[in-house]
Design a protein around this ligand. Structure first.
Ligand SMILES: [Zn+2]
Length: 100
């Protein structure tokens, strides 16, 4: 079975909106900007230095309000899932203890 061996543990959902280019050390914004006119949709394409998640998030906050809200929802969901896992783990521990 194929297993990914990279340390992507801390990957943020912010990466759904950016593509990092290691050769230039820049992150490119791939949010589709659709202005009120009927022109074609194009991607923002802004290049940000490095891959600092906070920087990327700030760009979303100032330039793409809707995507930023979306990201906040995604991150909240992730946190909730984590908390649920922790809760299940503690329930499991209780079970183990009660067998004594
Ligand atoms: Zn952008």
């Amino acid at each position: 079975m194929f297993k990914r061996m990279s340390g992507r543990k801390t990957e943020s959902p912010v990466w759904s909106y950016f593509a990092y280019d290691a050769s230039t050390d820049k992150s490119r914004c791939s949010v589709a900007t659709n202005n009120d006119d009927d022109g074609p949709t194009h991607t923002c394409g802004v290049l940000l230095n490095g891959k600092n998640v906070t920087n990327l998030r700030n760009h979303l906050r100032y330039k793409h309000k809707r995507e930023h809200d979306e990201l906040m929802t995604l991150e909240r969901k992730r946190t909730e899932q984590k908390e649920e896992r922790t809760w299940r783990q503690s329930q499991l521990n209780v079970k183990v203890c009660s067998t004594y």
